[in-house]
Write a protein that binds this ligand. Sequence first.
Ligand SMILES: C[S@@+](CC[C@H](N)C(=O)[O-])C[C@H]1O[C@@H](n2cnc3c(N)ncnc32)[C@H](O)[C@@H]1O
Length: 329
Amino acid sequence: MLVPTARFIFVVGLSIARVVEGVFTRVRVECERVKESRKVPERKIPTFHDETATICITCSIHDIIGIGLRKFHGSYFTDHSHTLLSPNPNFITGNAILSAMEQFWSGSATNENKGMVDNLHRCGIITSRKVAEVMEDVDRALFVPNGVQPYIDSPMAIGYNATISAPHMHATCLQLLEKNLQTGMHALDVGSGTGYLTACFALMVGPQGRAIGVEHIPELVSFSIENVKKSAAAQLLKDGSLSVHVGDGRQGWPEFAPYDAIHVGAAASEIPQPLIDQLKPGGRMVIPVGNIFQDLKVVDKNSDGSISIRTETSVRYVPLTSREAQLRG
Ligand SMILES: C[S@@+](CC[C@H](N)C(=O)[O-])C[C@H]1O[C@@H](n2cnc3c(N)ncnc32)[C@H](O)[C@@H]1O
Protein backbone atom coordinates (compact mmCIF):
# COMPACT_ATOMS: atom_id res chain seq x y z
CA MET A 1 0.00 0.00 0.00
CA LEU A 2 2.84 2.33 0.99
CA VAL A 3 4.85 1.70 -2.21
CA PRO A 4 2.10 2.68 -4.71
CA THR A 5 1.38 5.85 -2.65
CA ALA A 6 5.00 6.93 -2.69
CA ARG A 7 5.22 6.22 -6.42
CA PHE A 8 2.00 8.17 -6.99
CA ILE A 9 3.36 11.18 -5.11
CA PHE A 10 6.62 10.93 -7.03
CA VAL A 11 4.86 10.83 -10.42
CA VAL A 12 2.52 13.72 -9.55
CA GLY A 13 5.47 15.76 -8.19
CA LEU A 14 7.49 15.10 -11.31
CA SER A 15 4.59 16.13 -13.54
CA ILE A 16 4.11 19.40 -11.63
CA ALA A 17 7.86 20.13 -11.84
CA ARG A 18 7.77 19.54 -15.61
CA VAL A 19 4.79 21.86 -16.06
CA VAL A 20 6.51 24.60 -14.01
CA GLU A 21 9.74 24.13 -15.94
CA GLY A 22 7.76 24.30 -19.20
CA VAL A 23 6.17 27.61 -18.20
CA PHE A 24 9.55 29.12 -17.22
CA THR A 25 11.12 27.91 -20.47
CA ARG A 26 8.27 29.44 -22.48
CA VAL A 27 8.71 32.78 -20.70
CA ARG A 28 12.48 32.72 -21.25
CA VAL A 29 12.12 31.81 -24.93
CA GLU A 30 9.54 34.55 -25.36
CA CYS A 31 11.88 37.12 -23.76
CA GLU A 32 14.70 36.01 -26.04
CA ARG A 33 12.38 36.26 -29.06
CA VAL A 34 11.38 39.81 -28.12
CA LYS A 35 15.04 40.73 -27.61
CA GLU A 36 16.02 39.28 -30.98
CA SER A 37 13.21 41.13 -32.72
CA ARG A 38 14.65 44.41 -31.41
CA LYS A 39 17.95 44.44 -33.22
CA VAL A 40 17.56 48.12 -34.04
CA PRO A 41 17.12 50.22 -30.93
CA GLU A 42 13.96 52.22 -30.80
CA ARG A 43 13.25 55.48 -29.05
CA LYS A 44 10.93 54.60 -26.23
CA ILE A 45 9.01 57.00 -24.11
CA PRO A 46 11.00 57.20 -20.90
CA THR A 47 8.41 57.55 -18.19
CA PHE A 48 10.24 55.87 -15.35
CA HIS A 49 13.92 55.34 -14.62
CA ASP A 50 14.98 52.93 -11.94
CA GLU A 51 18.38 53.65 -10.46
CA THR A 52 18.21 51.24 -7.54
CA ALA A 53 19.74 47.80 -7.51
CA THR A 54 18.07 46.04 -4.67
CA ILE A 55 14.91 44.10 -4.24
CA CYS A 56 12.65 45.38 -1.51
CA ILE A 57 8.97 45.42 -0.70
CA THR A 58 8.72 49.06 -1.78
CA CYS A 59 10.34 48.31 -5.14
CA SER A 60 8.01 45.38 -5.68
CA ILE A 61 4.95 47.47 -4.94
CA HIS A 62 6.37 50.17 -7.18
CA ASP A 63 6.88 47.62 -9.97
CA ILE A 64 3.34 46.32 -9.69
CA ILE A 65 1.93 49.84 -9.79
CA GLY A 66 4.33 50.50 -12.65
CA ILE A 67 2.95 47.66 -14.73
CA GLY A 68 -0.54 49.00 -14.14
CA LEU A 69 0.48 52.49 -15.22
CA ARG A 70 2.31 51.18 -18.25
CA LYS A 71 -0.75 49.23 -19.36
CA PHE A 72 -2.91 52.26 -18.74
CA HIS A 73 -0.68 54.71 -20.62
CA GLY A 74 0.59 52.26 -23.22
CA SER A 75 4.07 53.59 -22.62
CA TYR A 76 7.25 51.88 -21.52
CA PHE A 77 8.98 51.91 -18.23
CA THR A 78 12.70 51.55 -18.52
CA ASP A 79 15.41 49.78 -16.74
CA HIS A 80 13.82 47.77 -13.92
CA SER A 81 17.17 46.28 -13.13
CA HIS A 82 17.64 44.80 -9.68
CA THR A 83 21.13 43.55 -10.25
CA LEU A 84 21.76 42.00 -6.86
CA LEU A 85 19.65 39.04 -7.93
CA SER A 86 20.29 37.07 -11.04
CA PRO A 87 19.65 36.00 -13.70
CA ASN A 88 16.33 37.78 -13.87
CA PRO A 89 15.11 39.22 -10.61
CA ASN A 90 12.10 40.64 -12.39
CA PHE A 91 10.53 37.20 -11.95
CA ILE A 92 10.21 38.16 -8.31
CA THR A 93 8.76 41.59 -8.94
CA GLY A 94 6.34 40.25 -11.52
CA ASN A 95 8.02 41.91 -14.47
CA ALA A 96 9.48 38.82 -16.15
CA ILE A 97 7.54 38.92 -19.38
CA LEU A 98 7.96 42.66 -19.75
CA SER A 99 11.64 42.74 -18.85
CA ALA A 100 12.81 42.37 -22.42
CA MET A 101 11.28 45.76 -23.21
CA GLU A 102 12.73 47.66 -20.32
CA GLN A 103 16.05 48.83 -21.63
CA PHE A 104 16.58 51.33 -24.35
CA TRP A 105 18.53 48.94 -26.53
CA SER A 106 17.56 45.50 -25.31
CA GLY A 107 18.10 43.92 -28.73
CA SER A 108 21.50 45.38 -29.48
CA ALA A 109 23.82 44.75 -26.59
CA THR A 110 27.31 46.11 -27.06
CA ASN A 111 30.69 45.34 -25.58
CA GLU A 112 32.23 48.69 -26.44
CA ASN A 113 31.92 52.10 -24.81
CA LYS A 114 31.50 53.69 -28.26
CA GLY A 115 28.69 51.23 -29.03
CA MET A 116 26.95 52.23 -25.79
CA VAL A 117 27.20 55.92 -26.71
CA ASP A 118 25.99 55.21 -30.26
CA ASN A 119 22.99 53.39 -28.83
CA LEU A 120 22.18 56.34 -26.55
CA HIS A 121 22.46 58.62 -29.57
CA ARG A 122 20.26 56.40 -31.74
CA CYS A 123 17.68 56.12 -28.95
CA GLY A 124 17.51 59.93 -28.86
CA ILE A 125 18.86 60.24 -25.31
CA ILE A 126 22.05 61.96 -26.46
CA THR A 127 21.46 64.82 -28.85
CA SER A 128 24.55 66.91 -28.16
CA ARG A 129 27.91 66.29 -29.85
CA LYS A 130 29.76 67.41 -26.71
CA VAL A 131 27.91 64.97 -24.46
CA ALA A 132 28.58 62.15 -26.94
CA GLU A 133 32.28 63.04 -27.08
CA VAL A 134 32.70 63.18 -23.33
CA MET A 135 30.88 59.86 -22.81
CA GLU A 136 33.08 58.33 -25.50
CA ASP A 137 36.18 59.66 -23.72
CA VAL A 138 35.20 58.42 -20.26
CA ASP A 139 35.10 54.64 -20.55
CA ARG A 140 32.32 53.36 -18.27
CA ALA A 141 34.20 50.04 -17.89
CA LEU A 142 36.75 51.83 -15.68
CA PHE A 143 34.03 52.79 -13.20
CA VAL A 144 32.15 49.54 -12.61
CA PRO A 145 33.25 46.73 -10.28
CA ASN A 146 35.23 43.89 -11.84
CA GLY A 147 33.16 41.25 -13.58
CA VAL A 148 30.23 43.54 -14.26
CA GLN A 149 29.05 44.17 -17.83
CA PRO A 150 29.75 47.89 -18.20
CA TYR A 151 27.85 48.81 -21.34
CA ILE A 152 24.33 47.53 -20.75
CA ASP A 153 21.71 50.14 -20.02
CA SER A 154 21.27 49.36 -16.38
CA PRO A 155 22.33 50.62 -12.96
CA MET A 156 24.78 48.30 -11.19
CA ALA A 157 25.42 47.64 -7.50
CA ILE A 158 28.75 49.09 -6.33
CA GLY A 159 28.50 48.04 -2.68
CA TYR A 160 27.46 50.03 0.42
CA ASN A 161 23.83 49.99 -0.80
CA ALA A 162 24.79 52.27 -3.69
CA THR A 163 24.73 51.95 -7.47
CA ILE A 164 26.35 53.39 -10.54
CA SER A 165 23.49 54.96 -12.47
CA ALA A 166 22.31 53.60 -15.80
CA PRO A 167 24.02 55.05 -18.90
CA HIS A 168 20.77 56.66 -20.07
CA MET A 169 20.46 58.52 -16.75
CA HIS A 170 24.07 59.72 -16.93
CA ALA A 171 23.39 60.90 -20.48
CA THR A 172 20.09 62.55 -19.52
CA CYS A 173 21.74 64.50 -16.69
CA LEU A 174 24.66 65.56 -18.89
CA GLN A 175 22.20 66.75 -21.53
CA LEU A 176 20.17 68.70 -18.98
CA LEU A 177 23.30 70.36 -17.56
CA GLU A 178 25.25 70.86 -20.78
CA LYS A 179 24.79 74.64 -20.97
CA ASN A 180 26.06 74.90 -17.39
CA LEU A 181 29.12 72.78 -18.07
CA GLN A 182 30.94 75.17 -20.41
CA THR A 183 34.69 75.69 -20.25
CA GLY A 184 35.72 77.36 -16.97
CA MET A 185 32.46 76.70 -15.10
CA HIS A 186 32.07 75.13 -11.64
CA ALA A 187 30.18 71.84 -11.24
CA LEU A 188 29.22 69.93 -8.10
CA ASP A 189 28.38 66.21 -8.17
CA VAL A 190 26.59 65.24 -4.95
CA GLY A 191 26.63 61.48 -4.24
CA SER A 192 29.47 61.03 -6.72
CA GLY A 193 29.70 57.24 -6.13
CA THR A 194 32.00 55.75 -8.78
CA GLY A 195 33.15 59.20 -9.97
CA TYR A 196 31.87 58.61 -13.50
CA LEU A 197 29.84 61.81 -13.78
CA THR A 198 32.43 63.86 -11.89
CA ALA A 199 34.96 62.79 -14.55
CA CYS A 200 32.54 63.76 -17.35
CA PHE A 201 31.90 67.14 -15.70
CA ALA A 202 35.65 67.75 -15.35
CA LEU A 203 36.25 67.10 -19.04
CA MET A 204 33.41 69.41 -19.98
CA VAL A 205 34.50 72.36 -17.81
CA GLY A 206 38.18 71.76 -18.58
CA PRO A 207 41.31 72.74 -16.64
CA GLN A 208 40.08 76.32 -16.05
CA GLY A 209 36.90 74.99 -14.45
CA ARG A 210 36.17 73.00 -11.31
CA ALA A 211 34.47 69.62 -10.93
CA ILE A 212 33.82 68.63 -7.32
CA GLY A 213 32.49 65.25 -6.20
CA VAL A 214 31.04 64.81 -2.69
CA GLU A 215 30.34 61.30 -1.43
CA HIS A 216 29.68 60.22 2.15
CA ILE A 217 31.10 56.66 1.91
CA PRO A 218 34.91 57.01 2.27
CA GLU A 219 35.52 53.67 0.50
CA LEU A 220 33.59 54.91 -2.52
CA VAL A 221 35.62 58.13 -2.55
CA SER A 222 38.83 56.04 -2.71
CA PHE A 223 37.28 53.79 -5.38
CA SER A 224 36.23 56.81 -7.45
CA ILE A 225 39.68 58.42 -7.23
CA GLU A 226 41.29 55.18 -8.44
CA ASN A 227 38.76 55.01 -11.29
CA VAL A 228 39.39 58.60 -12.35
CA LYS A 229 43.16 58.00 -12.32
CA LYS A 230 42.69 55.36 -15.05
CA SER A 231 40.38 57.58 -17.10
CA ALA A 232 40.66 60.44 -19.57
CA ALA A 233 40.15 62.84 -16.64
CA ALA A 234 43.31 61.67 -14.81
CA GLN A 235 45.31 64.81 -15.63
CA LEU A 236 42.53 67.07 -14.32
CA LEU A 237 42.59 65.15 -11.03
CA LYS A 238 46.35 65.59 -10.89
CA ASP A 239 46.11 69.32 -11.62
CA GLY A 240 43.39 69.78 -8.99
CA SER A 241 40.55 71.00 -11.21
CA LEU A 242 38.78 67.70 -10.37
CA SER A 243 38.54 66.60 -6.74
CA VAL A 244 36.40 64.18 -4.76
CA HIS A 245 35.66 64.71 -1.06
CA VAL A 246 34.17 62.74 1.79
CA GLY A 247 31.20 64.63 3.15
CA ASP A 248 27.47 64.93 3.58
CA GLY A 249 26.39 66.13 0.15
CA ARG A 250 23.22 67.65 1.59
CA GLN A 251 25.49 70.47 2.80
CA GLY A 252 26.99 70.91 -0.68
CA TRP A 253 30.65 71.94 -0.82
CA PRO A 254 30.88 75.66 0.03
CA GLU A 255 34.61 75.96 -0.73
CA PHE A 256 34.11 76.18 -4.50
CA ALA A 257 30.58 77.66 -4.55
CA PRO A 258 28.72 79.18 -6.28
CA TYR A 259 28.18 76.43 -8.86
CA ASP A 260 26.95 76.73 -12.43
CA ALA A 261 25.82 73.11 -12.35
CA ILE A 262 24.81 70.84 -9.48
CA HIS A 263 23.96 67.19 -10.01
CA VAL A 264 22.54 65.11 -7.19
CA GLY A 265 22.82 61.34 -7.70
CA ALA A 266 20.50 60.24 -4.87
CA ALA A 267 16.87 61.07 -4.09
CA ALA A 268 16.20 63.83 -1.55
CA SER A 269 12.88 63.97 0.29
CA GLU A 270 13.08 67.72 -0.31
CA ILE A 271 15.62 69.94 -2.05
CA PRO A 272 18.37 70.78 0.49
CA GLN A 273 18.54 74.55 1.07
CA PRO A 274 22.40 74.62 1.11
CA LEU A 275 22.37 73.31 -2.47
CA ILE A 276 19.97 76.05 -3.57
CA ASP A 277 22.15 78.61 -1.78
CA GLN A 278 25.30 77.33 -3.52
CA LEU A 279 23.74 77.58 -7.01
CA LYS A 280 24.93 80.58 -9.02
CA PRO A 281 22.29 82.93 -10.57
CA GLY A 282 21.86 81.40 -14.02
CA GLY A 283 22.90 78.03 -12.56
CA ARG A 284 21.03 74.75 -12.85
CA MET A 285 20.59 71.82 -10.48
CA VAL A 286 19.30 68.37 -11.49
CA ILE A 287 18.01 66.43 -8.49
CA PRO A 288 15.74 63.43 -7.91
CA VAL A 289 13.13 64.35 -5.30
CA GLY A 290 10.72 62.06 -3.44
CA ASN A 291 10.60 58.92 -1.40
CA ILE A 292 8.64 56.00 -2.87
CA PHE A 293 7.57 58.09 -5.85
CA GLN A 294 10.36 60.29 -7.16
CA ASP A 295 10.71 62.88 -9.89
CA LEU A 296 13.85 64.19 -11.52
CA LYS A 297 13.59 67.94 -10.91
CA VAL A 298 15.34 70.64 -12.90
CA VAL A 299 15.96 73.64 -10.65
CA ASP A 300 17.02 76.89 -12.33
CA LYS A 301 18.21 79.91 -10.37
CA ASN A 302 17.16 83.01 -12.25
CA SER A 303 19.32 86.13 -12.50
CA ASP A 304 17.26 87.83 -9.73
CA GLY A 305 17.93 84.87 -7.43
CA SER A 306 14.42 83.41 -7.71
CA ILE A 307 14.01 79.69 -8.37
CA SER A 308 12.09 77.88 -11.13
CA ILE A 309 11.47 74.17 -10.75
CA ARG A 310 10.14 71.72 -13.33
CA THR A 311 9.77 67.94 -13.47
CA GLU A 312 11.75 66.12 -16.15
CA THR A 313 10.66 62.50 -15.61
CA SER A 314 9.82 59.89 -13.00
CA VAL A 315 12.76 58.06 -11.48
CA ARG A 316 13.81 55.72 -8.70
CA TYR A 317 17.15 56.46 -7.03
CA VAL A 318 18.70 55.35 -3.76
CA PRO A 319 17.98 57.94 -1.03
CA LEU A 320 20.09 60.98 -0.21
CA THR A 321 20.44 60.21 3.45
CA SER A 322 22.88 59.81 6.33
CA ARG A 323 25.76 57.36 6.00
CA GLU A 324 24.39 55.31 8.90
CA ALA A 325 20.92 55.03 7.38
CA GLN A 326 22.36 54.02 4.02
CA LEU A 327 24.60 51.32 5.50
CA ARG A 328 21.67 49.97 7.57
CA GLY A 329 19.82 49.53 4.25
C1 LIG B 1 22.80 56.13 -7.24
S1 LIG B 1 24.38 56.39 -6.49
C2 LIG B 1 24.95 57.40 -7.81
C3 LIG B 1 26.39 57.44 -7.94
C4 LIG B 1 26.99 58.15 -9.11
N1 LIG B 1 26.14 59.14 -9.75
C5 LIG B 1 27.42 57.11 -10.10
O1 LIG B 1 26.74 56.92 -11.10
O2 LIG B 1 28.44 56.46 -9.84
C6 LIG B 1 24.05 57.56 -5.20
C7 LIG B 1 25.26 57.89 -4.37
O3 LIG B 1 24.89 58.89 -3.42
C8 LIG B 1 25.59 58.64 -2.23
N2 LIG B 1 24.91 59.38 -1.14
C9 LIG B 1 23.71 59.14 -0.58
N3 LIG B 1 23.45 60.05 0.39
C10 LIG B 1 24.52 60.89 0.42
C11 LIG B 1 24.85 62.03 1.20
N4 LIG B 1 24.04 62.51 2.16
N5 LIG B 1 26.01 62.66 0.97
C12 LIG B 1 26.87 62.20 0.03
N6 LIG B 1 26.62 61.12 -0.74
C13 LIG B 1 25.45 60.47 -0.54
C14 LIG B 1 25.59 57.15 -2.12
O4 LIG B 1 26.59 56.66 -1.26
C15 LIG B 1 25.81 56.73 -3.56
O5 LIG B 1 27.16 56.57 -3.85
